[in-house]
Design a protein around this ligand. Structure first.
Ligand code: ZN
Ligand code: ZN
Ligand code: ZN
Ligand code: ZN
Ligand code: ZN
Ligand code: ZN
Length: 410
C-alpha cells in the first residue's frame, strides 16, 4: 500500500495528455487513457477504423459509434484518482456519494462505503450513529486501503447506495439486490450467482491464462538470450577472422621482405662475381696486348733496317709471332662474358605450375625459360655451398635451343 501511495500520481497519469485521468477508459490491450483523449484519437483515425494504442502500438478497433464512450470504465483507475485527490487534499474531484455535488470537506463512511458532503453527513449521523466515519483530510495509511477496497456500488438509477453482490452470467454484468428484485423480468431466464463466486470462477480461468502467458514469456526470454548469444558469436567470429587476416598478412609481408633482401643480396653476388671475372680477364687481355706491342715495336725496328742481323733470325721471330697470334685468339674468345640478369616477378612466373607466395626469380642466362623448367633434386652432383642449402636445381629448357639444356642454380 505504501509503494502504491508513493507511485499514485504516476499511476493516475494519462500517457496522452500527461495529466490526471478524466473518466478513465481501458482499451482492449488493457492500457488506460482519458475518455476525451481516446475519442480525439478515434476522430483522427476514423478512416482506418482502428487506433494504435499510444503505449503498445496494438491496433484497437474503433466502436461503431466512432467513440469510446461505451468502452469499459476503469474502476480501478477511478478509485486511484479519488485516492490521489484525498491524499493531495484537493477535493475538487470528489463528489458526494449521496447528493452527487462536488463539495469540499467530505468524509467517508466505512460501513456505507460512501463519501458524504458535510450536509449529507449530518443527515447520515442521525440515522446511522454507530457507523465509522472519517474526514478525508484525516485519512491514515490503513484508511486508504479500506477506501480502495470498499465494495462497488450499483450505477443504476436509484440503486446508487446498493453494493454490487450478484453477477448475471448471461449479461456478464454485476447486479445489486435491487437489480435482482426490480429488474427481475430482465434476468428471469438468466443464471445469477453471488459476485464473490463469479470472481472465484474467473480467477481460475484467469490463472491458467496467466500461466500460459508466463510460459510464452519464458520462451521469449530464452529467444532474446539466444539472440544475445548469437550476436556475441558473430562478434567473436569476425574478430578472430580479423586476427587471422592480420597474422597471415604479417607473415606474408615478413616472407616477402625476407625474399626481397635475399634477391637483392643474390644480385649483388652476381655483380661481384662477374666483375671479378671481368677484371681478371681484362688484366690478361692487357698483358697480351702489351706483349704484342713489344713484338710490333721489335718488328718495326727490324723493318727499318737498323738490325739486319736480327732480321735474319727468321724462324725464331716467326715462332714468337705465331705464339702470340694463337695465344691471342684464346684470350679473346674467353671475353664472351655473361652480362644478362633479369628479375621475373612471381605473379608472372607461377613456378612449377602452382600459385606461389614467391616474390619472383632472378634469371642469369638469356635463354632460361621458366615455363619449360624442370625441378631436379640433385645436390650430390653439384657440390656448391648454396646448393646444399636448397638441395634443388632447375634445369631450364628454352624453345630457342630445343633439347639442349643448361643448368642453373636456384
Ligand atoms: Zn488524457
Ligand atoms: Zn496498449
Ligand atoms: Zn451530499
Ligand atoms: Zn454509513
Ligand atoms: Zn442477465
Ligand atoms: Zn442495481
Amino acid at each position: 500500500m505504501e509503494t502504491l501511495l508513493e507511485k499514485l500520481e504516476e499511476e493516475c497519469l494519462c500517457q496522452i495528455c500527461c495529466t490526471i485521468f478524466q473518466e478513465p477508459k481501458t482499451l482492449l490491450c488493457l492500457h488506460t487513457f482519458c475518455l476525451s483523449c481516446v475519442n480525439q484519437l478515434a476522430e483522427r483515425h476514423r478512416a482506418e477504423k482502428v487506433v494504435p494504442c499510444p503505449k503498445c502500438r496494438r491496433e484497437i478497433p474503433i466502436p461503431d459509434d466512432g467513440t469510446f464512450n461505451t468502452a469499459a470504465s476503469s474502476f480501478l483507475h477511478n478509485r486511484l484518482v479519488e485516492l490521489l485527490a484525498i491524499k493531495t487534499s484537493s477535493d475538487k474531484n470528489i463528489s458526494c456519494g449521496n447528493c452527487k455535488k462536488v463539495m469540499l470537506e467530505c468524509s467517508f463512511c466505512f460501513d456505507c462505503s460512501t463519501i458524504y458532503c458535510r450536509p449529507c453527513l449530518n443527515a447520515h449521523a442521525v440515522l446511522k450513529a454507530d457507523h465509522k466515519v472519517r474526514a478525508l483530510k484525516d485519512f491514515q495509511t490503513e484508511d486508504y486501503q479500506d477506501f480502495l477496497q470498499r465494495p462497488m456500488l450499483c450505477s443504476e438509477k436509484f440503486h446508487e447506495s446498493q453494493p454490487l453482490v450478484f453477477y448475471c452470467n448471461h449479461c456478464q454484468m454485476c447486479l445489486c439486490q435491487l437489480c435482482v428484485v426490480v429488474n427481475q423480468k430482465m434476468h428471469s431466464e438468466h443464471e445469477i450467482i453471488p459476485l464473490n463466486e463469479a470472481a472465484e470462477i474467473r480467477k481460475v480461468s484467469f490463472l491458467s491464462e496467466i500461466k500460459n502467458l508466463e510460459k510464452k514469456k519464458k520462451l521469449l526470454d530464452e529467444a532474446v538470450q539466444e539472440m544475445d548469444k548469437l550476436t556475441s558469436e558473430i562478434d567473436e567470429n569476425v574478430d578472430s577472422a580479423k586476427t587471422e587476416v592480420k597474422e597471415f598478412s604479417d607473415l606474408l609481408i615478413a616472407n616477402i621482405i625476407q625474399q626481397r633482401d635475399a634477391s637483392l643480396a643474390e644480385l649483388e653476388k652476381v655483380r661481384d662475381s662477374r666483375r671479378v671475372t671481368a677484371a681478371e680477364r681484362k688484366i690478361r687481355l692487357e698483358k697480351e696486348r702489351d706483349q704484342i706491342n713489344g713484338a710490333l715495336e721489335f718488328g718495326k725496328t727490324l723493318i727499318n733496317g737498323k738490325a739486319t742481323k736480327d732480321l735474319l733470325r727468321e724462324s725464331d721471330i716467326d715462332k714468337h709471332f705465331q705464339h702470340l697470334l694463337n695465344d691471342q685468339r684464346d684470350t679473346i674468345n674467353e671475353t664472351k662474358l655473361e652480362t644478362y640478369v633479369k628479375f621475373l616477378p612471381g605473379t608472372e612466373t607461377k613456378f612449377f605450375g602452382t600459385e606461389t607466395q614467391e616474390l619472383g626469380k632472378i634469371v642469369t642466362h638469356r635463354f632460361s625459360n621458366p615455363s619449360k623448367s624442370q625441378l631436379f633434386h640433385d645436390a650430390v652432383e653439384e657440390n656448391q655451398a648454396s646448393l646444399k642449402v636448397s638441395g634443388l636445381s632447375v634445369v631450364t629448357k628454352s624453345s630457342e635451343i630445343g633439347r639442349a639444356s643448361c643448368r642453373e642454380r636456384v
